[in-house]
Write a protein that binds this ligand. Sequence first.
Ligand SMILES: Cc1cc2nc3c(=O)[nH]c(=O)nc-3n(C[C@H](O)[C@H](O)[C@H](O)COP(=O)(O)O)c2cc1C
Length: 235
Amino acid sequence: MRTADTDFSCPFLILQNITMMERNVSHMKVLLINGSPHEKGCTYTALHEMEKVFRENGVETELVSVGTNPIRGCIACGGCRKKGACVFSDLVNEIAPKFEACDGLVVGSPVYYASANATLVALLDRLFYSTQFEKTMKVGASVVCARRGGCSATFDQLNKFFTITNMPIASSQYWNSIHGRAPGDADRDEEGKQTMRTLARNMTFLMRSIALGKEKYGLPQLEPRWVPTSSDPQA
Ligand SMILES: Cc1cc2nc3c(=O)[nH]c(=O)nc-3n(C[C@H](O)[C@H](O)[C@H](O)COP(=O)(O)O)c2cc1C
């Protein structure tokens, strides 16, 4: 990997470095998680609109549907700290290596009572908590789908997984929402689909820019974890 102090004095090395950089930048991967129980419902319509743009731009995609899988919540046992994976072997541990390998993660949720759906939240709690690989500068984006209300609250909720994990967020021309109740409805939301296409383009640009930045400057220095907070008795 090229670092900031690479020797640029030789033209061959410059060419080699540029080729390496282009290879890293052109091989972007995005993982999309559909939290809806409906595999081909309205949330899927939004994610699929993004997928088409990613593919047009040469970005590899993989879409994982949570579907009707019974995903249990985190039981705060701490077993993942020893095991390096969640103690429950289900979709969470299947998604973990895909998350590690991707440059960007899109999380899509139907809105349930102005929140993300519970199955998806259970999955994300355990996925983010149990995995210890480096997530810094993987780009995150959340997409929400409602019949009518609660989109921006759900959008904020999902973005919090990224902003506690050193993951920059890709944005669009509007908050990333699409409207629909039953499968097919969201396909008629032209503004929603436009928002998804812009989001995918912006995310592609951001992932590529970050890949170039990583080549040139490396990842930002991380602070040590688990230092005392002001409420700890020893602080
Ligand atoms: C339990 C439940 C709660 C819901 N709560 C809301 C809500 O707060 N606001 C809203 O506009 N739609 C609500 N809906 C409708 C869904 O958001 C809508 O049908 C969904 O976007 C469909 O997405 P999907 O086809 O990907 O599952 C709710 C649906 C269910 C089943």
